[in-house]
Design a protein around this ligand. Structure first.
Ligand SMILES: C[S@@+](CC[C@H](N)C(=O)[O-])C[C@H]1O[C@@H](n2cnc3c(N)ncnc32)[C@H](O)[C@@H]1O
Length: 206
Protein backbone atom coordinates (compact mmCIF):
# COMPACT_ATOMS: atom_id res chain seq x y z
CA UNK A 1 0.00 0.00 0.00
CA UNK A 2 1.34 3.46 -0.82
CA UNK A 3 0.61 6.88 0.60
CA UNK A 4 1.88 8.38 -2.61
CA UNK A 5 -1.04 8.82 -4.97
CA UNK A 6 -2.14 11.51 -7.41
CA UNK A 7 -4.04 14.60 -6.34
CA UNK A 8 -7.10 13.41 -8.28
CA UNK A 9 -7.82 10.80 -5.56
CA UNK A 10 -7.73 13.27 -2.67
CA UNK A 11 -11.43 14.32 -2.70
CA UNK A 12 -12.60 10.71 -2.91
CA UNK A 13 -10.23 9.61 -0.13
CA UNK A 14 -11.43 12.49 2.06
CA UNK A 15 -15.07 11.72 1.39
CA UNK A 16 -14.61 8.05 2.21
CA UNK A 17 -12.28 8.62 5.15
CA UNK A 18 -9.44 6.68 3.54
CA UNK A 19 -6.83 8.45 5.64
CA UNK A 20 -4.42 5.55 6.13
CA UNK A 21 -3.34 5.31 2.52
CA UNK A 22 -4.70 3.47 -0.50
CA UNK A 23 -3.39 0.56 -2.59
CA UNK A 24 -2.54 2.73 -5.59
CA UNK A 25 -0.50 1.47 -8.55
CA UNK A 26 0.04 3.73 -11.56
CA UNK A 27 -1.62 2.36 -14.73
CA UNK A 28 -3.29 -0.53 -12.86
CA UNK A 29 -5.52 1.17 -10.29
CA UNK A 30 -8.90 2.42 -11.48
CA UNK A 31 -8.87 6.20 -12.00
CA UNK A 32 -10.41 8.48 -9.38
CA UNK A 33 -13.24 9.60 -11.68
CA UNK A 34 -14.29 6.02 -12.45
CA UNK A 35 -14.26 5.19 -8.74
CA UNK A 36 -16.25 8.34 -7.91
CA UNK A 37 -18.84 7.30 -10.47
CA UNK A 38 -19.03 3.80 -9.00
CA UNK A 39 -19.56 5.28 -5.53
CA UNK A 40 -22.29 7.57 -6.89
CA UNK A 41 -24.10 4.57 -8.45
CA UNK A 42 -23.68 2.60 -5.24
CA UNK A 43 -25.08 5.43 -3.11
CA UNK A 44 -27.98 5.93 -5.52
CA UNK A 45 -29.00 2.27 -5.92
CA UNK A 46 -27.84 0.89 -2.55
CA UNK A 47 -27.16 -2.59 -3.95
CA UNK A 48 -27.07 -5.50 -1.52
CA UNK A 49 -24.59 -7.42 -3.62
CA UNK A 50 -21.78 -5.92 -5.69
CA UNK A 51 -19.73 -8.31 -7.82
CA UNK A 52 -16.40 -7.08 -9.09
CA UNK A 53 -14.06 -8.46 -11.76
CA UNK A 54 -10.50 -7.61 -10.58
CA UNK A 55 -9.56 -6.47 -7.11
CA UNK A 56 -7.50 -3.58 -5.82
CA UNK A 57 -8.22 0.03 -5.02
CA UNK A 58 -11.71 -0.38 -6.47
CA UNK A 59 -12.50 -3.07 -3.88
CA UNK A 60 -11.40 -0.85 -1.03
CA UNK A 61 -13.42 2.10 -2.33
CA UNK A 62 -16.58 0.04 -2.90
CA UNK A 63 -16.25 -1.62 0.51
CA UNK A 64 -15.79 1.70 2.26
CA UNK A 65 -18.81 3.13 0.43
CA UNK A 66 -20.83 0.11 1.63
CA UNK A 67 -19.67 0.72 5.18
CA UNK A 68 -20.67 4.37 5.05
CA UNK A 69 -24.07 3.67 3.46
CA UNK A 70 -24.71 0.83 5.91
CA UNK A 71 -25.65 -1.51 3.09
CA UNK A 72 -24.02 -3.84 0.55
CA UNK A 73 -21.32 -6.46 0.31
CA UNK A 74 -18.57 -6.71 -2.28
CA UNK A 75 -17.61 -10.03 -3.91
CA UNK A 76 -14.36 -9.48 -5.78
CA UNK A 77 -12.88 -11.92 -8.29
CA UNK A 78 -9.10 -11.75 -8.57
CA UNK A 79 -6.95 -14.02 -10.74
CA UNK A 80 -3.60 -13.15 -9.13
CA UNK A 81 -3.13 -14.69 -5.70
CA UNK A 82 -0.65 -11.98 -4.65
CA UNK A 83 -3.04 -9.22 -5.75
CA UNK A 84 -5.91 -10.91 -3.90
CA UNK A 85 -3.82 -10.99 -0.72
CA UNK A 86 -2.72 -7.36 -1.12
CA UNK A 87 -6.36 -6.29 -1.47
CA UNK A 88 -7.33 -8.29 1.63
CA UNK A 89 -4.57 -6.51 3.55
CA UNK A 90 -5.87 -3.11 2.43
CA UNK A 91 -9.39 -4.10 3.49
CA UNK A 92 -8.07 -5.28 6.86
CA UNK A 93 -6.36 -1.92 7.40
CA UNK A 94 -9.79 -0.30 7.34
CA UNK A 95 -11.67 -3.13 9.12
CA UNK A 96 -13.66 -3.89 6.00
CA UNK A 97 -13.28 -7.66 5.77
CA UNK A 98 -16.88 -8.05 6.90
CA UNK A 99 -18.24 -6.08 3.90
CA UNK A 100 -15.90 -7.29 1.14
CA UNK A 101 -14.42 -10.63 0.20
CA UNK A 102 -11.72 -11.23 -2.39
CA UNK A 103 -11.89 -14.60 -4.12
CA UNK A 104 -8.80 -16.00 -5.74
CA UNK A 105 -10.29 -17.01 -9.10
CA UNK A 106 -7.54 -18.14 -11.50
CA UNK A 107 -8.18 -17.52 -15.15
CA UNK A 108 -9.22 -20.71 -16.89
CA UNK A 109 -10.17 -21.70 -20.41
CA UNK A 110 -13.79 -20.65 -20.80
CA UNK A 111 -15.84 -21.68 -23.83
CA UNK A 112 -18.73 -19.42 -24.87
CA UNK A 113 -20.46 -20.65 -28.02
CA UNK A 114 -17.76 -21.25 -30.61
CA UNK A 115 -15.13 -19.09 -28.89
CA UNK A 116 -12.66 -19.58 -26.04
CA UNK A 117 -11.44 -17.02 -23.50
CA UNK A 118 -9.28 -16.91 -20.41
CA UNK A 119 -11.69 -15.91 -17.69
CA UNK A 120 -12.18 -16.23 -13.95
CA UNK A 121 -12.91 -19.66 -12.50
CA UNK A 122 -16.29 -19.01 -10.92
CA UNK A 123 -16.33 -22.13 -8.74
CA UNK A 124 -15.19 -19.97 -5.78
CA UNK A 125 -18.01 -17.44 -6.06
CA UNK A 126 -21.05 -18.04 -3.82
CA UNK A 127 -24.47 -18.19 -5.54
CA UNK A 128 -25.23 -14.51 -5.10
CA UNK A 129 -27.42 -12.23 -7.21
CA UNK A 130 -25.81 -8.88 -7.94
CA UNK A 131 -27.52 -5.53 -8.22
CA UNK A 132 -24.21 -3.95 -9.25
CA UNK A 133 -21.31 -5.32 -11.31
CA UNK A 134 -17.96 -3.54 -11.73
CA UNK A 135 -15.70 -4.81 -14.51
CA UNK A 136 -12.04 -3.75 -14.50
CA UNK A 137 -10.39 -7.04 -15.47
CA UNK A 138 -9.01 -9.27 -16.73
CA UNK A 139 -6.28 -7.12 -18.33
CA UNK A 140 -6.89 -6.13 -21.94
CA UNK A 141 -3.52 -7.37 -23.25
CA UNK A 142 -4.47 -10.95 -22.41
CA UNK A 143 -6.71 -11.60 -25.40
CA UNK A 144 -9.06 -9.83 -27.81
CA UNK A 145 -12.29 -8.62 -26.15
CA UNK A 146 -10.80 -9.68 -22.83
CA UNK A 147 -13.78 -8.60 -20.70
CA UNK A 148 -16.51 -9.90 -23.00
CA UNK A 149 -17.17 -13.06 -20.90
CA UNK A 150 -18.33 -11.01 -17.91
CA UNK A 151 -21.95 -10.82 -19.04
CA UNK A 152 -22.40 -14.29 -20.57
CA UNK A 153 -20.68 -15.87 -17.55
CA UNK A 154 -22.47 -13.83 -14.89
CA UNK A 155 -25.85 -13.39 -16.62
CA UNK A 156 -27.60 -15.84 -14.30
CA UNK A 157 -26.31 -13.95 -11.26
CA UNK A 158 -27.49 -10.47 -12.29
CA UNK A 159 -30.68 -9.04 -10.84
CA UNK A 160 -33.11 -7.31 -13.21
CA UNK A 161 -32.00 -3.69 -13.52
CA UNK A 162 -28.47 -4.50 -12.29
CA UNK A 163 -26.11 -1.57 -12.91
CA UNK A 164 -22.92 -2.55 -14.70
CA UNK A 165 -19.83 -0.35 -14.89
CA UNK A 166 -17.13 -1.20 -17.41
CA UNK A 167 -13.80 0.61 -17.04
CA UNK A 168 -11.41 1.49 -19.90
CA UNK A 169 -14.35 1.85 -22.25
CA UNK A 170 -12.52 4.24 -24.58
CA UNK A 171 -10.50 1.31 -25.92
CA UNK A 172 -11.63 -0.15 -29.25
CA UNK A 173 -12.00 -3.63 -27.67
CA UNK A 174 -14.34 -2.33 -24.98
CA UNK A 175 -16.43 -0.45 -27.58
CA UNK A 176 -16.63 -3.66 -29.62
CA UNK A 177 -17.54 -5.89 -26.71
CA UNK A 178 -20.28 -3.54 -25.54
CA UNK A 179 -21.72 -3.63 -29.07
CA UNK A 180 -21.59 -7.43 -28.92
CA UNK A 181 -23.30 -7.46 -25.51
CA UNK A 182 -26.04 -5.27 -26.95
CA UNK A 183 -26.57 -7.75 -29.78
CA UNK A 184 -26.58 -10.64 -27.28
CA UNK A 185 -28.93 -9.03 -24.77
CA UNK A 186 -31.75 -6.97 -26.27
CA UNK A 187 -32.89 -4.40 -23.73
CA UNK A 188 -29.39 -3.87 -22.33
CA UNK A 189 -29.07 -0.10 -22.22
CA UNK A 190 -25.81 1.82 -22.19
CA UNK A 191 -24.57 5.34 -21.51
CA UNK A 192 -21.00 6.56 -21.77
CA UNK A 193 -20.15 8.86 -18.85
CA UNK A 194 -16.97 10.81 -19.56
CA UNK A 195 -14.03 9.61 -17.48
CA UNK A 196 -10.27 9.61 -18.01
CA UNK A 197 -10.23 6.11 -19.51
CA UNK A 198 -13.83 5.95 -20.60
CA UNK A 199 -16.70 4.20 -18.87
CA UNK A 200 -19.71 2.26 -20.07
CA UNK A 201 -22.60 2.35 -17.63
CA UNK A 202 -25.10 -0.36 -18.49
CA UNK A 203 -28.45 -1.44 -17.14
CA UNK A 204 -29.24 -5.15 -17.22
CA UNK A 205 -32.68 -5.81 -18.77
CA UNK A 206 -35.71 -6.39 -16.57
C1 LIG B 1 -6.80 -2.96 -14.11
S1 LIG B 1 -6.21 -4.00 -12.87
C2 LIG B 1 -7.45 -3.93 -11.64
C3 LIG B 1 -7.40 -2.78 -10.79
C4 LIG B 1 -8.39 -2.74 -9.67
N1 LIG B 1 -9.76 -2.79 -10.12
C5 LIG B 1 -8.11 -1.45 -8.93
O1 LIG B 1 -8.88 -0.53 -9.03
O2 LIG B 1 -7.03 -1.42 -8.33
C6 LIG B 1 -6.66 -5.61 -13.54
C7 LIG B 1 -5.82 -6.77 -12.99
O3 LIG B 1 -4.47 -6.53 -13.27
C8 LIG B 1 -3.67 -7.23 -12.34
N2 LIG B 1 -2.70 -6.28 -11.79
C9 LIG B 1 -2.88 -5.36 -10.83
N3 LIG B 1 -1.76 -4.67 -10.59
C10 LIG B 1 -0.82 -5.17 -11.42
C11 LIG B 1 0.55 -4.89 -11.65
N4 LIG B 1 1.17 -3.93 -10.97
N5 LIG B 1 1.19 -5.61 -12.59
C12 LIG B 1 0.57 -6.58 -13.27
N6 LIG B 1 -0.74 -6.90 -13.10
C13 LIG B 1 -1.42 -6.21 -12.20
C14 LIG B 1 -4.59 -7.81 -11.27
O4 LIG B 1 -4.78 -9.19 -11.52
C15 LIG B 1 -5.87 -7.02 -11.51
O5 LIG B 1 -6.98 -7.76 -11.15
Amino acid sequence: MTFDYPESYVPLCRRLGLDRGIPYTPKWSAEADFLALAVAVLNDKLPEVIVECSSGLSTLVLARACRLSGRGRVYSLENGEEFAEATREALATYDLLDVAEVFHAPLCETRIGEDCWQWYDLSCLPRVTAQMLVIDGPPGFLQPLSRYPALPMLADRLAPGCRILLDDADRPDERALVARWQRDYPGLSVTWPETARGCALLRWPG
